[in-house]
Design a protein around this ligand. Structure first.
Ligand SMILES: Cc1cc2nc3c(=O)[nH]c(=O)nc-3n(C[C@H](O)[C@H](O)[C@H](O)COP(=O)(O)OP(=O)(O)OC[C@H]3O[C@@H](n4cnc5c(N)ncnc54)[C@H](O)[C@@H]3O)c2cc1C
Length: 373
């Protein structure tokens, strides 16, 4: 593998505009790390591309040598798919350009963008792209895998809101995929993950929105089962303007938390309402009766605050372990298991996150994108 990386390095050295980072050289150690500290790998070469030509050259060199290759946008792959041992990493972190056409409600973003840079640029025009809930996540990996977040029920999955992709494929050529050009590839890129090529540009559909109502509160352990049953039944019919996420965890030992709940198992709810604020209040009332009254807050927040409020809870470099899956229906047995699990949850760093999807995301026909249904 080392020989292959030497071959790639020699082939790129003279024409590469970005950085070619080798083990032991300046910048390599910082560039090697990804978000999940559990994944510590040592590529033989990190090619930090400056533009599409760099991506083309890196892919051609990789194809010619057959070197093991990983592609990186934000480096948030929990499993570590954006790095490798002994191979080449095609790193897009320098390619973060975002341009917004406010009139057409479209944005073009480069393949290395983080969610935060899209939100900041689109909010200048009072527009949003529905993406994830942590602003330092990479946009490419998230969109290619489907992409869920606070706006999923209102505007659909992230991949439902892509009008077109530009990518460099394995022979180094540039290909476009949209409703007219390469429609099969367009289908595959919306939810099928990486490995169809390196996406250098996404054309995104945007929607007007600049603030939401955010309600938060804690349900004590004794009422968690009742809350989950209510959530399951109520959300099946709830308006698309409402998103309700629940975390089952231990309440932190902080001043804001009622004394009786500190360190105890709780259901921590976050509800957002994207419609007319007055119209949202009736939907919150039943939920409020299931929360500790001193734990509840309800306020209008700017969209950028919503999108960054979880950032500090998921810092880079910690050793994370997660599992995830979809329920078509949350039956009583699954609720029982969750109630048992939160009663014996091992640490304040452990949680079960529940996000109710559906809404606009559920209106997209199964054959329209490659997101599994
Ligand atoms: C803190 C945190 C919060 C998250 N929140 C959400 C959330 O709210 N909603 C949600 O849906 N998901 C969420 N995720 C999951 C996240 O969407 C995936 O981990 C996603 O793969 C991250 O994208 P990335 O670009 O940062 O990842 P990377 O690790 O850079 O890449 C992930 C995969 O995509 C491929 N890839 C990256 N860039 C390109 C490209 N330009 N072209 C082709 N392939 C490429 C890589 O090869 C790799 O296989 C979260 C993850 C973390 C760690």
């Amino acid at each position: 593998m080392v020989e292959a990386s030497e071959e790639v390095y020699s082939s790129l050295r003279r024409r590469f505009k970005g950085d070619l980072l080798l083990p032991g050289k300046s910048g390599y150690e910082d560039a090697r790390g990804i978000w999940n500290g559990m994944v510590a790998r040592t590529p033989s070469l990190i090619a930090r591309c400056a533009d599409v030509n760099d991506v083309k050259n890196a892919i051609r060199a990789a194809s010619e040598t057959g070197i093991l290759t990983a592609v990186r946008c934000g480096g948030h792959s929990l499993a570590g798919f954006s790095t490798c041992d002994g191979g080449l990493v095609i790193d897009l972190t320098k390619m973060r350009n975002v341009t917004v056409d406010a009139e057409a409600r479209r944005a073009r973003i480069a393949g290395g963008c983080l969610l935060g840079s899209i939100d900041t640029a689109t909010q200048k025009a009072g527009l949003v792209f529905p993406s994830g809930v942590v602003s330092h996540t990479g946009a490419s990996g998230l969109i290619l895998g489907g992409g869920t977040g606070w706006l999923t029920r209102r505007f659909g999955l992230s991949c439902d809101n892509v009008a077109g992709f530009t990518l460099v494929v394995a022979d180094g050529s540039v290909v476009r995929a949209n409703a007219r050009e390469n429609p099969d590839l367009f289908w595959a890129l919306r939810g099928g993950g990486g490995n169809f090529g390196v996406v250098t540009e996404f054309e995104l559909k945007l929607h007007p929105l600049s603030s939401v109502v955010l309600a938060e509160g804690l349900t004590p352990e004794a009422d968690i089962r009742r809350l989950l049953e209510y959530w399951r039944d109520f959300m099946a019919e709830a308006p698309h303007d409402l998103k309700w996420n629940i975390d089952l965890r231990l309440a932190p030992h902080t001043k804001k938390i009622p004394v009786q709940l500190r360190g105890r198992p709780v259901a921590s709810s976050s509800l957002i309402w994207t419609g007319d604020p007055e119209a949202g209040h009736p939907f919150l009332e039943r939920w409020l009766t299931m929360c500790h009254p001193d734990s509840v807050s309800c306020r209008t927040v700017p969209f950028l605050s919503l999108q960054t409020m979880a950032d500090d809870a998921f810092p880079h470099g910690r050793r994370y372990y997660t599992k995830s899956g979809y329920f078509t229906y949350l039956d009583d047995g699954s609720i029982d298991r969750m109630v048992e699990a939160v009663a014996s949850i091992p640490s304040s760093e452990t949680q079960i996150e529940l996000a109710y999807l559906g809404g606009a995301a559920g209106r997209i026909a199964a054959a329209f994108t490659s997101v599994p249904t």
